[in-house]
Design a protein around this ligand. Structure first.
Ligand code: NAG
Ligand code: NAG
Length: 623
Protein backbone atom coordinates (compact mmCIF):
# COMPACT_ATOMS: atom_id res chain seq x y z
CA UNK A 1 0.00 0.00 0.00
CA UNK A 2 1.38 3.35 -0.96
CA UNK A 3 0.29 6.21 1.22
CA UNK A 4 0.91 9.69 0.00
CA UNK A 5 -0.46 11.98 2.64
CA UNK A 6 0.42 15.60 2.50
CA UNK A 7 0.75 17.61 5.64
CA UNK A 8 1.71 21.16 6.23
CA UNK A 9 4.69 21.26 8.44
CA UNK A 10 5.04 24.98 8.90
CA UNK A 11 2.26 25.35 11.39
CA UNK A 12 3.55 22.59 13.64
CA UNK A 13 7.05 23.98 14.01
CA UNK A 14 6.94 27.25 15.83
CA UNK A 15 10.52 28.14 16.56
CA UNK A 16 13.16 28.73 13.93
CA UNK A 17 15.10 25.57 13.20
CA UNK A 18 18.81 25.89 13.70
CA UNK A 19 21.03 24.67 10.88
CA UNK A 20 23.84 22.67 12.39
CA UNK A 21 26.70 24.53 10.75
CA UNK A 22 27.10 28.08 11.99
CA UNK A 23 26.84 30.42 9.04
CA UNK A 24 24.50 28.23 7.01
CA UNK A 25 21.15 29.68 6.02
CA UNK A 26 18.16 28.64 8.15
CA UNK A 27 15.99 25.84 6.79
CA UNK A 28 12.50 26.84 5.77
CA UNK A 29 9.19 25.09 6.28
CA UNK A 30 7.40 23.57 3.31
CA UNK A 31 4.49 21.24 2.61
CA UNK A 32 5.58 17.64 3.18
CA UNK A 33 4.75 14.15 2.00
CA UNK A 34 5.16 11.48 4.67
CA UNK A 35 7.33 8.39 4.54
CA UNK A 36 5.71 4.99 4.16
CA UNK A 37 7.33 2.32 6.33
CA UNK A 38 7.54 -1.31 5.26
CA UNK A 39 9.09 -4.47 6.68
CA UNK A 40 12.46 -3.47 5.31
CA UNK A 41 13.44 0.20 4.98
CA UNK A 42 16.46 2.01 3.65
CA UNK A 43 18.15 5.39 3.89
CA UNK A 44 20.43 6.07 0.93
CA UNK A 45 23.15 8.62 0.27
CA UNK A 46 25.18 8.87 -2.91
CA UNK A 47 27.62 11.24 -4.61
CA UNK A 48 28.05 13.25 -1.42
CA UNK A 49 31.36 14.60 -2.84
CA UNK A 50 32.53 15.92 0.51
CA UNK A 51 29.42 18.03 1.23
CA UNK A 52 29.29 16.77 4.82
CA UNK A 53 28.77 20.32 6.04
CA UNK A 54 25.55 20.66 4.04
CA UNK A 55 24.63 23.61 1.85
CA UNK A 56 25.41 26.99 3.34
CA UNK A 57 23.50 29.03 0.76
CA UNK A 58 20.42 26.87 0.18
CA UNK A 59 18.02 26.52 3.10
CA UNK A 60 16.36 23.39 1.73
CA UNK A 61 19.63 21.39 1.92
CA UNK A 62 21.35 22.92 4.93
CA UNK A 63 21.50 19.97 7.34
CA UNK A 64 24.93 18.42 7.89
CA UNK A 65 26.37 14.93 8.39
CA UNK A 66 25.89 15.23 12.15
CA UNK A 67 22.18 15.88 11.60
CA UNK A 68 22.02 12.83 9.34
CA UNK A 69 23.58 10.80 12.15
CA UNK A 70 20.89 12.01 14.58
CA UNK A 71 18.21 11.38 11.95
CA UNK A 72 19.38 7.82 11.29
CA UNK A 73 19.52 7.17 15.02
CA UNK A 74 15.86 8.14 15.51
CA UNK A 75 14.76 6.25 12.42
CA UNK A 76 16.55 3.10 13.66
CA UNK A 77 14.84 3.53 16.99
CA UNK A 78 11.47 3.83 15.22
CA UNK A 79 12.21 0.62 13.28
CA UNK A 80 13.09 -1.18 16.52
CA UNK A 81 9.87 -0.04 18.18
CA UNK A 82 7.66 -1.23 15.37
CA UNK A 83 9.66 -4.39 14.68
CA UNK A 84 10.75 -3.43 11.19
CA UNK A 85 14.30 -3.08 9.91
CA UNK A 86 16.29 -0.13 8.61
CA UNK A 87 19.51 -0.30 6.59
CA UNK A 88 21.78 2.56 5.54
CA UNK A 89 23.32 2.53 2.06
CA UNK A 90 26.01 4.63 0.39
CA UNK A 91 26.91 4.26 -3.27
CA UNK A 92 30.19 6.12 -3.58
CA UNK A 93 31.72 9.37 -4.85
CA UNK A 94 32.16 10.49 -1.27
CA UNK A 95 35.15 12.65 -2.19
CA UNK A 96 36.06 15.55 -4.52
CA UNK A 97 33.75 18.51 -4.87
CA UNK A 98 33.86 20.36 -1.57
CA UNK A 99 36.52 22.17 0.41
CA UNK A 100 36.04 19.78 3.31
CA UNK A 101 37.77 17.13 1.18
CA UNK A 102 39.75 19.09 -1.39
CA UNK A 103 41.19 21.97 0.61
CA UNK A 104 43.37 19.96 2.97
CA UNK A 105 46.91 18.71 2.40
CA UNK A 106 46.78 15.79 2.01
CA UNK A 107 43.23 15.75 0.69
CA UNK A 108 40.58 14.29 2.94
CA UNK A 109 42.52 14.96 6.14
CA UNK A 110 39.22 15.48 8.00
CA UNK A 111 36.68 14.11 5.55
CA UNK A 112 37.37 10.37 5.87
CA UNK A 113 37.09 10.40 9.66
CA UNK A 114 33.94 12.52 9.74
CA UNK A 115 32.25 10.40 7.10
CA UNK A 116 33.03 7.20 9.00
CA UNK A 117 31.05 8.41 12.03
CA UNK A 118 27.89 7.30 10.23
CA UNK A 119 27.07 3.64 10.63
CA UNK A 120 26.47 2.60 7.01
CA UNK A 121 25.33 -1.00 6.46
CA UNK A 122 26.28 -1.46 2.81
CA UNK A 123 28.84 0.78 1.10
CA UNK A 124 30.67 0.70 -2.25
CA UNK A 125 33.05 2.74 -4.41
CA UNK A 126 32.49 5.47 -7.00
CA UNK A 127 34.65 6.59 -9.91
CA UNK A 128 35.84 9.64 -7.96
CA UNK A 129 37.52 7.41 -5.41
CA UNK A 130 39.49 5.92 -8.32
CA UNK A 131 40.92 8.79 -10.40
CA UNK A 132 44.04 9.33 -8.29
CA UNK A 133 46.43 6.66 -6.92
CA UNK A 134 46.24 8.56 -3.62
CA UNK A 135 42.48 8.28 -3.18
CA UNK A 136 42.54 4.60 -4.19
CA UNK A 137 45.12 4.02 -1.45
CA UNK A 138 42.95 5.91 1.02
CA UNK A 139 39.95 3.81 0.09
CA UNK A 140 42.06 0.72 0.59
CA UNK A 141 43.79 1.73 3.80
CA UNK A 142 41.12 3.93 5.40
CA UNK A 143 37.51 3.54 4.22
CA UNK A 144 37.55 -0.24 3.76
CA UNK A 145 38.98 -0.80 7.27
CA UNK A 146 36.57 1.82 8.68
CA UNK A 147 33.58 -0.15 7.39
CA UNK A 148 35.09 -3.65 7.44
CA UNK A 149 32.43 -6.22 6.53
CA UNK A 150 29.98 -3.50 5.42
CA UNK A 151 32.14 -2.59 2.41
CA UNK A 152 31.40 -4.56 -0.78
CA UNK A 153 33.44 -4.53 -4.00
CA UNK A 154 31.86 -6.95 -6.45
CA UNK A 155 33.83 -5.81 -9.50
CA UNK A 156 36.71 -3.79 -8.10
CA UNK A 157 40.24 -4.88 -7.18
CA UNK A 158 43.11 -3.12 -5.50
CA UNK A 159 46.52 -3.46 -7.12
CA UNK A 160 49.46 -3.24 -4.74
CA UNK A 161 51.82 -0.69 -6.34
CA UNK A 162 54.91 -2.42 -4.99
CA UNK A 163 54.23 -6.08 -5.66
CA UNK A 164 51.69 -5.73 -8.49
CA UNK A 165 49.55 -8.18 -6.53
CA UNK A 166 45.86 -7.73 -7.44
CA UNK A 167 43.09 -8.68 -5.04
CA UNK A 168 39.49 -7.65 -4.22
CA UNK A 169 39.21 -4.11 -2.77
CA UNK A 170 36.79 -5.61 -0.24
CA UNK A 171 34.64 -8.74 -0.01
CA UNK A 172 32.66 -9.44 -3.20
CA UNK A 173 29.34 -9.64 -1.35
CA UNK A 174 27.89 -9.55 2.11
CA UNK A 175 25.31 -11.94 3.53
CA UNK A 176 23.68 -11.06 6.81
CA UNK A 177 20.47 -11.23 8.83
CA UNK A 178 18.52 -8.08 9.63
CA UNK A 179 18.35 -7.08 13.27
CA UNK A 180 14.64 -7.28 14.05
CA UNK A 181 13.09 -9.73 11.62
CA UNK A 182 16.11 -11.79 10.72
CA UNK A 183 15.64 -11.34 6.99
CA UNK A 184 18.37 -13.11 5.08
CA UNK A 185 20.00 -10.42 2.91
CA UNK A 186 22.61 -10.88 0.19
CA UNK A 187 24.20 -7.57 -0.77
CA UNK A 188 26.53 -6.78 -3.65
CA UNK A 189 28.27 -3.53 -4.59
CA UNK A 190 29.29 -2.51 -8.11
CA UNK A 191 30.86 0.32 -10.02
CA UNK A 192 29.89 1.01 -13.64
CA UNK A 193 32.32 0.01 -16.42
CA UNK A 194 34.70 2.85 -15.57
CA UNK A 195 37.93 3.08 -17.56
CA UNK A 196 39.52 6.26 -16.18
CA UNK A 197 40.85 4.65 -13.00
CA UNK A 198 44.46 4.94 -11.87
CA UNK A 199 46.77 1.93 -12.17
CA UNK A 200 46.56 0.76 -8.56
CA UNK A 201 42.98 -0.39 -9.15
CA UNK A 202 41.17 -2.69 -11.53
CA UNK A 203 37.51 -2.41 -12.56
CA UNK A 204 36.02 -5.53 -14.08
CA UNK A 205 33.25 -4.95 -16.61
CA UNK A 206 29.89 -5.90 -15.17
CA UNK A 207 29.15 -8.15 -18.15
CA UNK A 208 32.29 -10.13 -17.27
CA UNK A 209 31.59 -10.19 -13.54
CA UNK A 210 28.21 -11.84 -14.03
CA UNK A 211 29.98 -14.78 -15.70
CA UNK A 212 32.18 -15.45 -12.70
CA UNK A 213 31.67 -18.57 -10.61
CA UNK A 214 31.13 -16.78 -7.30
CA UNK A 215 28.41 -14.60 -8.87
CA UNK A 216 26.65 -17.50 -10.59
CA UNK A 217 26.68 -19.51 -7.35
CA UNK A 218 25.46 -16.56 -5.31
CA UNK A 219 22.44 -15.74 -7.46
CA UNK A 220 21.22 -19.33 -7.20
CA UNK A 221 20.92 -18.88 -3.44
CA UNK A 222 17.49 -18.16 -1.97
CA UNK A 223 17.85 -15.25 0.43
CA UNK A 224 14.79 -13.22 1.41
CA UNK A 225 16.11 -10.35 -0.69
CA UNK A 226 19.05 -9.32 -2.84
CA UNK A 227 20.26 -5.77 -2.28
CA UNK A 228 22.38 -4.66 -5.21
CA UNK A 229 24.04 -1.33 -4.68
CA UNK A 230 26.22 0.37 -7.24
CA UNK A 231 27.84 3.54 -8.40
CA UNK A 232 25.72 3.15 -11.51
CA UNK A 233 23.06 5.39 -13.05
CA UNK A 234 19.67 3.69 -13.20
CA UNK A 235 19.39 4.38 -16.93
CA UNK A 236 22.85 2.94 -17.66
CA UNK A 237 23.12 -0.63 -18.85
CA UNK A 238 25.03 -2.16 -15.93
CA UNK A 239 22.00 -2.65 -13.65
CA UNK A 240 20.07 -4.11 -16.58
CA UNK A 241 22.84 -6.64 -17.17
CA UNK A 242 22.78 -7.55 -13.48
CA UNK A 243 19.02 -7.76 -13.35
CA UNK A 244 18.82 -10.04 -16.40
CA UNK A 245 21.61 -12.31 -15.17
CA UNK A 246 19.97 -12.62 -11.75
CA UNK A 247 16.42 -13.20 -12.99
CA UNK A 248 17.59 -15.85 -15.43
CA UNK A 249 18.56 -18.05 -12.48
CA UNK A 250 16.32 -16.73 -9.77
CA UNK A 251 12.70 -15.96 -10.58
CA UNK A 252 11.23 -15.27 -7.18
CA UNK A 253 13.63 -13.36 -4.96
CA UNK A 254 12.96 -9.62 -4.65
CA UNK A 255 15.82 -7.34 -5.67
CA UNK A 256 16.35 -3.80 -4.40
CA UNK A 257 18.83 -1.72 -6.41
CA UNK A 258 20.45 1.48 -5.17
CA UNK A 259 22.31 3.56 -7.74
CA UNK A 260 24.11 6.85 -8.16
CA UNK A 261 26.67 8.56 -10.39
CA UNK A 262 24.10 10.43 -12.50
CA UNK A 263 23.43 12.96 -9.71
CA UNK A 264 19.66 12.70 -10.18
CA UNK A 265 16.64 11.60 -8.22
CA UNK A 266 15.20 8.65 -10.07
CA UNK A 267 13.41 5.34 -9.61
CA UNK A 268 12.97 2.47 -11.99
CA UNK A 269 10.89 -0.67 -11.86
CA UNK A 270 12.55 -3.71 -13.44
CA UNK A 271 9.74 -6.18 -12.69
CA UNK A 272 7.10 -6.66 -10.02
CA UNK A 273 9.75 -8.03 -7.64
CA UNK A 274 12.52 -5.54 -8.29
CA UNK A 275 12.88 -1.85 -7.83
CA UNK A 276 15.71 0.65 -8.18
CA UNK A 277 16.28 4.12 -6.80
CA UNK A 278 18.93 6.81 -7.13
CA UNK A 279 19.24 9.56 -4.56
CA UNK A 280 20.71 12.67 -6.14
CA UNK A 281 23.96 14.31 -5.17
CA UNK A 282 25.90 16.62 -2.82
CA UNK A 283 23.93 15.89 0.36
CA UNK A 284 20.84 17.49 -1.15
CA UNK A 285 18.94 14.24 -0.97
CA UNK A 286 18.57 11.34 1.42
CA UNK A 287 16.82 8.51 -0.36
CA UNK A 288 14.15 6.45 1.36
CA UNK A 289 12.95 3.07 0.15
CA UNK A 290 10.53 0.77 1.92
CA UNK A 291 9.56 -2.76 1.01
CA UNK A 292 6.59 -4.56 2.40
CA UNK A 293 5.44 -8.12 1.83
CA UNK A 294 8.94 -9.55 1.50
CA UNK A 295 7.71 -12.47 3.52
CA UNK A 296 4.29 -13.15 4.98
CA UNK A 297 3.43 -14.69 8.32
CA UNK A 298 3.09 -18.19 6.91
CA UNK A 299 6.51 -18.06 5.34
CA UNK A 300 7.96 -17.05 8.66
CA UNK A 301 6.21 -20.03 10.30
CA UNK A 302 7.58 -22.34 7.66
CA UNK A 303 11.06 -20.99 8.40
CA UNK A 304 10.48 -22.13 11.97
CA UNK A 305 9.81 -25.65 10.69
CA UNK A 306 6.00 -25.57 10.68
CA UNK A 307 4.17 -27.32 7.87
CA UNK A 308 2.09 -24.60 6.21
CA UNK A 309 1.02 -23.89 2.64
CA UNK A 310 2.62 -20.80 1.20
CA UNK A 311 0.73 -18.30 -0.87
CA UNK A 312 2.85 -16.23 -3.17
CA UNK A 313 3.36 -12.67 -2.00
CA UNK A 314 4.37 -9.76 -4.12
CA UNK A 315 6.42 -7.15 -2.37
CA UNK A 316 5.40 -3.51 -2.58
CA UNK A 317 8.06 -0.82 -2.93
CA UNK A 318 7.82 2.86 -2.06
CA UNK A 319 10.39 5.61 -2.40
CA UNK A 320 10.88 9.16 -1.19
CA UNK A 321 13.55 11.72 -1.92
CA UNK A 322 14.09 13.44 1.41
CA UNK A 323 15.46 16.99 1.23
CA UNK A 324 18.50 17.25 3.48
CA UNK A 325 16.77 19.75 5.73
CA UNK A 326 16.24 19.87 9.48
CA UNK A 327 12.53 20.63 9.17
CA UNK A 328 12.03 17.46 7.16
CA UNK A 329 14.09 15.43 9.61
CA UNK A 330 12.00 16.75 12.53
CA UNK A 331 8.86 15.95 10.61
CA UNK A 332 9.79 12.39 9.68
CA UNK A 333 10.97 11.56 13.20
CA UNK A 334 8.18 13.40 15.03
CA UNK A 335 10.79 15.43 16.90
CA UNK A 336 11.63 19.07 17.26
CA UNK A 337 14.50 21.38 17.96
CA UNK A 338 14.78 20.34 21.58
CA UNK A 339 14.45 16.59 21.06
CA UNK A 340 16.19 15.94 17.75
CA UNK A 341 19.96 16.28 18.23
CA UNK A 342 21.81 13.28 19.62
CA UNK A 343 25.11 13.63 21.45
CA UNK A 344 26.82 11.77 18.64
CA UNK A 345 25.25 13.97 15.97
CA UNK A 346 26.20 17.14 17.81
CA UNK A 347 29.77 15.93 18.24
CA UNK A 348 30.07 15.30 14.48
CA UNK A 349 28.56 18.70 13.62
CA UNK A 350 31.16 20.30 15.87
CA UNK A 351 33.94 18.29 14.24
CA UNK A 352 32.81 19.53 10.82
CA UNK A 353 32.81 23.11 12.05
CA UNK A 354 36.29 22.73 13.50
CA UNK A 355 37.58 21.18 10.26
CA UNK A 356 36.04 23.98 8.20
CA UNK A 357 37.76 26.54 10.39
CA UNK A 358 41.09 24.74 10.30
CA UNK A 359 40.84 24.74 6.51
CA UNK A 360 39.75 28.37 6.45
CA UNK A 361 36.88 27.48 4.15
CA UNK A 362 34.93 30.64 4.86
CA UNK A 363 37.79 32.88 3.68
CA UNK A 364 36.27 35.22 1.13
CA UNK A 365 37.82 35.62 -2.32
CA UNK A 366 35.17 37.95 -3.60
CA UNK A 367 31.53 38.65 -3.89
CA UNK A 368 29.44 37.22 -6.74
CA UNK A 369 27.30 40.04 -8.14
CA UNK A 370 24.49 37.69 -9.21
CA UNK A 371 23.58 33.99 -9.47
CA UNK A 372 25.26 32.04 -12.26
CA UNK A 373 23.56 28.76 -13.16
CA UNK A 374 24.87 25.59 -14.78
CA UNK A 375 21.54 24.39 -16.12
CA UNK A 376 18.86 26.69 -14.74
CA UNK A 377 19.73 29.21 -17.50
CA UNK A 378 20.32 28.43 -21.16
CA UNK A 379 23.70 28.65 -22.81
CA UNK A 380 24.58 31.28 -23.83
CA UNK A 381 22.81 33.81 -21.62
CA UNK A 382 23.78 36.34 -18.99
CA UNK A 383 22.76 34.11 -16.07
CA UNK A 384 24.61 31.06 -17.39
CA UNK A 385 27.83 30.09 -15.62
CA UNK A 386 29.44 28.74 -18.79
CA UNK A 387 28.76 32.04 -20.54
CA UNK A 388 30.56 33.82 -17.71
CA UNK A 389 33.54 31.53 -18.31
CA UNK A 390 33.70 31.87 -22.10
CA UNK A 391 32.91 35.59 -22.28
CA UNK A 392 34.67 36.99 -19.24
CA UNK A 393 36.96 34.60 -17.40
CA UNK A 394 38.77 32.72 -20.20
CA UNK A 395 39.80 35.83 -22.18
CA UNK A 396 41.49 37.13 -19.01
CA UNK A 397 43.10 33.96 -17.68
CA UNK A 398 44.03 31.86 -20.72
CA UNK A 399 47.30 33.60 -21.36
CA UNK A 400 50.78 32.31 -22.12
CA UNK A 401 52.98 35.41 -21.96
CA UNK A 402 55.17 34.25 -24.85
CA UNK A 403 52.15 33.73 -27.08
CA UNK A 404 49.92 36.47 -25.73
CA UNK A 405 49.13 37.88 -29.19
CA UNK A 406 48.52 34.55 -30.92
CA UNK A 407 44.85 34.02 -31.70
CA UNK A 408 43.60 31.04 -29.73
CA UNK A 409 40.57 28.96 -29.00
CA UNK A 410 40.23 27.80 -25.39
CA UNK A 411 38.09 24.76 -24.72
CA UNK A 412 36.78 23.03 -21.65
CA UNK A 413 34.13 20.44 -20.93
CA UNK A 414 31.00 21.55 -19.08
CA UNK A 415 31.40 18.63 -16.66
CA UNK A 416 34.54 20.35 -15.36
CA UNK A 417 32.23 22.74 -13.50
CA UNK A 418 30.28 21.06 -10.72
CA UNK A 419 28.01 23.61 -9.11
CA UNK A 420 26.22 26.92 -9.49
CA UNK A 421 27.59 30.21 -8.18
CA UNK A 422 25.19 31.98 -5.84
CA UNK A 423 25.03 35.72 -5.43
CA UNK A 424 27.07 36.69 -2.39
CA UNK A 425 30.30 35.56 -0.79
CA UNK A 426 32.58 33.45 -2.97
CA UNK A 427 34.79 31.60 -0.50
CA UNK A 428 37.66 29.17 -0.53
CA UNK A 429 34.99 26.48 -0.13
CA UNK A 430 33.04 27.76 -3.14
CA UNK A 431 36.16 27.44 -5.28
CA UNK A 432 36.34 23.69 -4.67
CA UNK A 433 32.59 23.31 -4.96
CA UNK A 434 32.51 24.94 -8.39
CA UNK A 435 35.80 23.52 -9.67
CA UNK A 436 37.19 20.62 -7.63
CA UNK A 437 39.47 19.09 -10.24
CA UNK A 438 43.20 19.49 -10.54
CA UNK A 439 43.08 19.85 -14.33
CA UNK A 440 45.40 22.33 -16.00
CA UNK A 441 45.72 23.70 -19.54
CA UNK A 442 47.56 22.23 -22.52
CA UNK A 443 47.72 23.29 -26.15
CA UNK A 444 48.71 22.50 -29.69
CA UNK A 445 50.37 25.52 -31.34
CA UNK A 446 49.58 27.02 -34.73
CA UNK A 447 46.72 24.81 -35.88
CA UNK A 448 45.14 25.95 -39.18
CA UNK A 449 41.93 27.71 -38.18
CA UNK A 450 39.89 25.83 -40.76
CA UNK A 451 40.81 22.64 -38.85
CA UNK A 452 40.51 24.05 -35.33
CA UNK A 453 37.14 25.67 -35.90
CA UNK A 454 35.44 22.30 -36.45
CA UNK A 455 36.47 20.86 -33.10
CA UNK A 456 33.81 22.40 -30.88
CA UNK A 457 30.95 21.17 -33.08
CA UNK A 458 32.37 17.66 -33.11
CA UNK A 459 32.63 17.63 -29.32
CA UNK A 460 29.04 18.78 -29.08
CA UNK A 461 27.52 16.56 -31.73
CA UNK A 462 25.42 13.87 -30.21
CA UNK A 463 26.85 11.54 -32.86
CA UNK A 464 29.20 8.69 -32.29
CA UNK A 465 32.00 10.04 -34.49
CA UNK A 466 34.35 10.47 -31.57
CA UNK A 467 32.81 7.84 -29.38
CA UNK A 468 35.42 5.19 -30.02
CA UNK A 469 37.84 3.70 -27.52
CA UNK A 470 35.57 4.55 -24.65
CA UNK A 471 35.79 8.27 -25.46
CA UNK A 472 32.03 8.82 -25.44
CA UNK A 473 31.45 12.56 -25.94
CA UNK A 474 28.72 12.51 -23.28
CA UNK A 475 31.40 11.91 -20.64
CA UNK A 476 32.42 15.54 -21.05
CA UNK A 477 29.05 16.88 -19.91
CA UNK A 478 27.70 17.27 -16.40
CA UNK A 479 26.52 13.90 -14.99
CA UNK A 480 23.00 15.27 -14.49
CA UNK A 481 22.25 15.21 -18.21
CA UNK A 482 24.21 12.15 -19.38
CA UNK A 483 21.46 9.62 -18.89
CA UNK A 484 18.07 11.32 -19.31
CA UNK A 485 15.51 10.46 -16.63
CA UNK A 486 11.72 10.79 -16.91
CA UNK A 487 12.04 14.21 -15.22
CA UNK A 488 14.29 15.46 -18.00
CA UNK A 489 12.33 13.88 -20.82
CA UNK A 490 9.25 15.63 -19.52
CA UNK A 491 11.09 18.94 -19.47
CA UNK A 492 12.61 18.51 -22.91
CA UNK A 493 9.26 17.90 -24.50
CA UNK A 494 8.11 21.42 -23.88
CA UNK A 495 9.51 24.63 -25.23
CA UNK A 496 8.70 26.28 -21.97
CA UNK A 497 9.72 23.80 -19.28
CA UNK A 498 8.51 26.10 -16.57
CA UNK A 499 4.92 26.08 -17.77
CA UNK A 500 4.87 22.36 -18.32
CA UNK A 501 6.23 21.64 -14.86
CA UNK A 502 3.75 23.89 -13.13
CA UNK A 503 1.05 22.03 -14.86
CA UNK A 504 2.24 18.54 -14.04
CA UNK A 505 3.27 19.27 -10.50
CA UNK A 506 0.29 21.11 -9.14
CA UNK A 507 1.60 22.07 -5.74
CA UNK A 508 -0.12 20.04 -3.07
CA UNK A 509 -1.84 21.71 -0.18
CA UNK A 510 -1.30 25.10 -1.66
CA UNK A 511 -4.49 26.25 -3.26
CA UNK A 512 -3.41 29.63 -4.38
CA UNK A 513 0.11 29.22 -5.50
CA UNK A 514 0.95 32.87 -5.91
CA UNK A 515 3.11 32.75 -2.79
CA UNK A 516 1.75 36.04 -1.57
CA UNK A 517 1.22 34.81 1.93
CA UNK A 518 -2.55 35.19 1.89
CA UNK A 519 -3.05 31.53 2.73
CA UNK A 520 -1.96 29.63 5.82
CA UNK A 521 0.53 27.54 3.94
CA UNK A 522 4.20 28.32 3.69
CA UNK A 523 5.27 29.54 0.24
CA UNK A 524 6.89 26.92 -1.94
CA UNK A 525 10.58 27.25 -2.59
CA UNK A 526 12.34 26.12 -5.75
CA UNK A 527 13.70 22.59 -5.79
CA UNK A 528 13.32 19.10 -7.13
CA UNK A 529 10.03 18.13 -8.77
CA UNK A 530 10.95 14.59 -9.68
CA UNK A 531 9.18 12.34 -12.14
CA UNK A 532 10.20 8.67 -12.09
CA UNK A 533 8.74 5.25 -12.94
CA UNK A 534 6.32 5.51 -9.99
CA UNK A 535 5.01 8.97 -10.80
CA UNK A 536 5.64 12.48 -9.61
CA UNK A 537 5.01 12.29 -5.86
CA UNK A 538 8.50 11.07 -4.87
CA UNK A 539 9.89 14.25 -3.34
CA UNK A 540 9.22 14.52 0.39
CA UNK A 541 9.01 18.30 0.09
CA UNK A 542 6.67 19.99 -2.34
CA UNK A 543 8.73 22.40 -4.40
CA UNK A 544 8.22 25.07 -6.95
CA UNK A 545 9.81 23.60 -10.09
CA UNK A 546 13.15 24.83 -11.36
CA UNK A 547 14.04 25.32 -15.00
CA UNK A 548 16.42 22.87 -16.59
CA UNK A 549 18.26 23.55 -19.84
CA UNK A 550 20.49 21.03 -21.58
CA UNK A 551 24.06 22.33 -21.82
CA UNK A 552 26.65 21.58 -24.50
CA UNK A 553 29.35 18.95 -23.77
CA UNK A 554 32.06 21.53 -24.26
CA UNK A 555 32.37 25.31 -24.48
CA UNK A 556 34.87 27.49 -26.34
CA UNK A 557 36.24 30.97 -26.12
CA UNK A 558 37.92 32.72 -29.08
CA UNK A 559 40.69 34.95 -27.80
CA UNK A 560 42.94 37.55 -29.52
CA UNK A 561 41.15 37.08 -32.84
CA UNK A 562 41.66 39.76 -35.55
CA UNK A 563 39.75 42.88 -34.63
CA UNK A 564 38.35 43.31 -38.13
CA UNK A 565 36.35 40.12 -37.67
CA UNK A 566 38.32 38.13 -40.24
CA UNK A 567 39.42 34.56 -39.59
CA UNK A 568 42.95 33.99 -38.33
CA UNK A 569 45.25 31.74 -40.43
CA UNK A 570 46.27 29.62 -37.48
CA UNK A 571 45.29 29.43 -33.82
CA UNK A 572 46.62 27.86 -30.67
CA UNK A 573 44.18 25.18 -29.56
CA UNK A 574 44.19 25.45 -25.77
CA UNK A 575 42.21 22.95 -23.73
CA UNK A 576 41.72 21.61 -20.25
CA UNK A 577 43.79 18.42 -20.00
CA UNK A 578 40.78 16.24 -19.15
CA UNK A 579 39.43 16.50 -22.71
CA UNK A 580 42.64 15.60 -24.57
CA UNK A 581 41.23 12.13 -25.45
CA UNK A 582 38.53 13.89 -27.50
CA UNK A 583 40.56 16.84 -28.82
CA UNK A 584 43.08 14.71 -30.71
CA UNK A 585 40.51 12.60 -32.63
CA UNK A 586 38.41 15.72 -33.27
CA UNK A 587 41.41 17.45 -34.84
CA UNK A 588 42.23 14.35 -36.86
CA UNK A 589 38.66 14.08 -38.06
CA UNK A 590 38.82 17.74 -39.14
CA UNK A 591 41.85 17.06 -41.30
CA UNK A 592 44.63 17.88 -38.81
CA UNK A 593 47.39 15.31 -38.55
CA UNK A 594 47.99 15.68 -34.80
CA UNK A 595 48.98 13.19 -32.13
CA UNK A 596 49.67 13.35 -28.40
CA UNK A 597 53.27 14.25 -29.24
CA UNK A 598 52.12 17.67 -30.44
CA UNK A 599 50.57 18.55 -27.09
CA UNK A 600 52.45 20.94 -24.80
CA UNK A 601 51.74 22.61 -21.48
CA UNK A 602 50.17 26.04 -22.05
CA UNK A 603 50.59 27.65 -18.66
CA UNK A 604 51.00 26.84 -14.99
CA UNK A 605 48.05 26.60 -12.64
CA UNK A 606 44.81 24.65 -12.51
CA UNK A 607 41.42 25.91 -13.60
CA UNK A 608 40.48 26.08 -9.92
CA UNK A 609 43.43 28.36 -9.17
CA UNK A 610 42.79 30.59 -12.22
CA UNK A 611 39.15 30.91 -11.28
CA UNK A 612 39.83 31.98 -7.70
CA UNK A 613 42.46 34.46 -8.87
CA UNK A 614 40.07 35.99 -11.41
CA UNK A 615 37.34 36.29 -8.81
CA UNK A 616 39.55 37.97 -6.26
CA UNK A 617 40.60 40.51 -8.89
CA UNK A 618 37.19 41.11 -10.46
CA UNK A 619 34.59 40.59 -7.76
CA UNK A 620 35.88 42.91 -5.09
CA UNK A 621 33.64 44.65 -2.64
CA UNK A 622 31.24 43.85 0.15
CA UNK A 623 28.47 41.28 -0.05
C1 NAG B 1 47.24 5.36 3.12
O1 NAG B 1 47.60 5.73 1.83
C2 NAG B 1 48.05 7.08 1.71
C3 NAG B 1 48.28 7.36 0.23
O2 NAG B 1 49.19 6.48 -0.32
C4 NAG B 1 49.31 7.26 2.53
O3 NAG B 1 49.76 8.59 2.44
C5 NAG B 1 49.00 6.91 3.97
O4 NAG B 1 50.18 6.99 4.74
C6 NAG B 1 48.41 5.52 4.08
N1 NAG B 1 47.94 5.34 5.43
C7 NAG B 1 48.12 4.20 6.08
C8 NAG B 1 47.55 4.16 7.45
O5 NAG B 1 48.70 3.26 5.59
C1 NAG C 1 9.34 19.87 21.54
O1 NAG C 1 8.45 18.83 21.84
C2 NAG C 1 8.27 18.62 23.22
C3 NAG C 1 7.43 17.36 23.42
O2 NAG C 1 6.40 17.28 22.49
C4 NAG C 1 7.63 19.86 23.83
O3 NAG C 1 7.43 19.68 25.22
C5 NAG C 1 8.54 21.05 23.59
O4 NAG C 1 7.94 22.23 24.04
C6 NAG C 1 8.86 21.19 22.11
N1 NAG C 1 9.88 22.19 21.94
C7 NAG C 1 9.82 23.13 20.98
C8 NAG C 1 10.99 24.07 20.90
O5 NAG C 1 8.90 23.22 20.19
Amino acid sequence: MIISRTTILGASVAAVARAAQPGAVKPVAAPMRDLTWGQLNFLHTTDTHGWLGGHFQEPQYSADWGDYISFAHHMRHQADEQGSDLLLIDTGDRIEGNGLYDASVPKGLFQYGIYAEQDVDIICTGNHELYQPYSIDREHNTTVPNFKDKYVASNLDYVDPETGHQYPMAQRYRRFKTKNQGFDVIAMGFIFDFTGNAENSFVQRVEDTVKEGWFQDLIREKPDIFVVIGHVGLRMEEFEILFKAMRKENWHTPIAFFGGHAHVRDARKFDSLSFAMASGRYMETIGWMSIDGIKNKKEKEKDKGKDVTIEAVTPTFTRRYIDNNLYGMYHHTGRNESSFDTEHGKRVSKAIDRARQALNLDAKFGCAPQNYWMSRAEYPSKDNLYTLITDEIFPDVIVNEKRRDKPRVALMNTGGIRFDIFKGAFTRDTTYIVSPFISGFRYIPDVPYKVAQKVIDLLNSGGRILSTNGADVRFMAIPEQMYPTPSMMRMEKEDDPHLELRDVQKPLGNDDDDDDGDDDNPPLIGGYTTKDDLGDDGDDTVHKPLDFYMQPNAIQSEIAFPEDGSDPETVDVVFIDFIQPWIIPALQFSGGDYTEDDVQSYMDGTLTYKLSKWISENWKGEC
